[in-house]
Design a protein around this ligand. Structure first.
Ligand code: G6Q
Length: 546
């Protein structure tokens, strides 16, 4: 069950040997149709993957591998509610949350669409009440601030979307995200807020996550300094699968928005976990986001593999990780409002495909998910791009490029885009010794000084990138982009034969902290069994604590 034994993988391996030194620059010079050959459009979104170390034969072979691992069958299994998250015994149905066609999706013989629609209706009604002012705070004032308390999947996605859709924000309403159990996060958020006009959304799929419950309890204490216990219902709502724990916390379950175990945390922004988004930008814009996600679902499900954006991006990722040995992948949005996009993608990808055991439970002898990272352009150019251009590692880059800004300031957008395009071009072309020499000569260098400087100014080039270009970052486009990356991650998980939908590493973290906390809080000198480093660090913390 290792992909290494699949003939199509072995064929790619031989092909890698043949073309590993292929020059993209030469390929562009030889083929004027390279751009058209290696672009795909889905609605207003365009993927240009021509600046990759590929020929048509490479793509044919990558697609043959996708076919050999039954990509289309796996895709259908996901969309139709099969239990593909087998280690947790769950279906994987974030696509049902944005199934705007409303066609039935069955889990254990039950259509989940009525459940999905009922929660969307409840969200719409709640948002309408908050926006219209029929939902008021305890002193009769309108809600002005939403504080989402959640972490990981219950934070990163909604926080990223709210940032990105700031131009769509409803007047008079601000949204804040508190995730870290570090008291700084909550305190610095609350110090700006008025309890009379603040609404807390406690978002936790399990409602057992230590950080979220601790922050929610402290938020309630802060609130009760000004208000009464009976006012809590007007200021605390919950999003969860766990009604019992929500009630035990003291939130009226009438104010709970339900999610289901077939929604993975990192795939949950489309569910009621998206409530802060809907509150911030309005339910109509939240639904536009769902529409975009659904449009990408239709593209992914129906387009042939070779004309399928998530499939091509996923298979190119396999090409670099498993054949070129690349270890990381950068996502660089040339859009400041997408500053948190790489972080969300980091969780989505690394939590999904950071696995060393295959679906059959055996240890894997090939590489799986790369490190995903990035920050917005052009800032990254003044920092880590040095290593991407001239370092010793091959780092594929995704350039995310909206043509129009919501803030059209003179030439800013053209300058921004010129930078993005120039980086991609430079990464591909590089700069040869001859080109550097002629530049240096023009600058007046000669002799030893010229020869000494020359090698430092050579750029090897041949460094791959994708460009994702679209007219403007609308809710629909953002929905398409996020769903695109979700499916890209899925494609890679299928090839690597792993379960992309569990996260035992995250669960471990949740257990370990709970085991050490009693030692830090102990009133006496007692300490439980740890390695000597951990024991001494615990002792030191006790001594140093004020
Ligand atoms: C996501 C992960 C993880 C999860 C958080 C919060 O896929 O499972 O990031 O979202 O640990 O969990 P709760 O929503 O249950 O609090």
């Amino acid at each position: 069950m290792t992909p290494l034994n699949i003939p199509e993988w072995q064929s790619l391996d031989r092909h890698y040997g043949d073309i590993k030194f292929l020059s993209m620059r030469e390929q562009f010079a030889l083929d004027s149709g390279r751009f058209e050959r290696f672009t795909i459009r889905s609605g207003e979104l365009l993927l240009d993957y021509s600046k990759n170390r590929i020929t048509q034969e490479t793509i044919d072979k990558l697609i043959a591998l996708a076919q050999a691992v039954n990509m289309k069958d796996w895709t259908e299994q996901m969309f139709t509610g099969d239990i593909i998250n087998h280690t947790e015994g769950r279906a994987v149905l974030h696509t049902a949350l944005r199934n705007r066609s409303n066609s039935p999706v069955l889990v254990d013989g039950q259509d989940v669409m009525p459940l999905v629609n009922a929660v969307l209706k409840k969200m719409a009604s709640f948002c309408e009440q908050v926006h219209s002012g029929s939902w008021l705070g305890y002193s009769g004032k309108k809600i002005t601030d939403i504080v989402n308390i959640g972490i990981g999947g219950s934070d990163l996605g909604p926080a990223m979307i709210c940032d990105a859709l700031e131009p769509y924000g409803i007047d008079g309403l601000s949204v804040h995200f508190v995730s870290n159990v570090d008291g700084t996060d909550l305190s610095t958020t609350l110090e700006k807020l008025n309890p009379e006009t603040t609404l807390f959304v406690v978002a936790s799929k399990t409602f057992t996550t230590q950080e979220t419950l601790t922050n929610a309890q402290s938020a309630r204490q802060w609130f009760l300094k000004s208000a009464q216990q009976s006012d809590v219902a007007k200021h605390f709502v919950a999003v969860s699968t766990n009604a019992e724990a929500v009630a035990a916390f003291g939130i009226d379950t009438a104010n709970m928005f339900e999610i289901w175990d077939w929604v993975g945390g990192r795939y949950s922004l489309w569910s009621a976990i998206g409530l802060p988004i809907a509150l911030y930008v309005g339910m109509d814009n939240f639904e536009r986001l769902l529409d975009g996600g659904h449009a990408m679902d239709l593209h992914f499900r129906n387009q042939p593999l070779a004309e399928n954006i998530p499939v091509i991006m996923g298979m190119l990722g396999i090409w670099y990780v498993n054949f070129f040995n690349s270890q990381t992948h950068a996502i660089v949005p040339y859009d400041h409002s997408l500053a948190r996009f790489p972080s969300h993608m980091q969780q989505l990808d690394m939590e999904s495909n950071g696995k060393f055991i295959n679906r059959q439970g055996a240890r894997i002898n090939y590489k799986t998910g790369p490190v995903i990272w990035g920050t917005p352009g052009t800032n990254g150019q003044h920092a880590y791009f040095q290593l991407i251009h001239q370092g010793t590692q091959l780092i594929p880059v995704d350039f995310v490029l909206p043509v129009n800004s919501h803030y059209p300031e003179c030439d800013h957008q053209s300058i921004l885009l010129a930078n993005g395009l120039a980086q991609a071009e430079a990464l591909m072309k590089g700069k040869t010794a001859e080109e550097v020499r002629s530049e240096l000569v023009k600058e007046g260098y000669e002799g030893k000084a010229l020869e000494a400087l020359l090698p430092h100014k050579v750029f090897p080039g041949n460094r791959p990138s994708n460009a994702l270009l679209f007219p403007k970052l609308t809710p629909e486009m953002l929905g398409q982009l996020v769903a695109l990356y979700e499916h890209k991650v899925f494609v890679q998980g299928v090839v690597w034969n792993i379960n992309s939908f569990d996260q035992w590493g995250v669960e471990l973290g949740k257990q370990l902290a709970k085991a050490i906390l009693p030692d830090l809080l102990a009133a006496d000198e007692s300490i439980s069994e740890h390695d000597s480093s951990t024991t001494e660090l615990i002792r030191l913390i006790r001594q140093l604590r004020q």
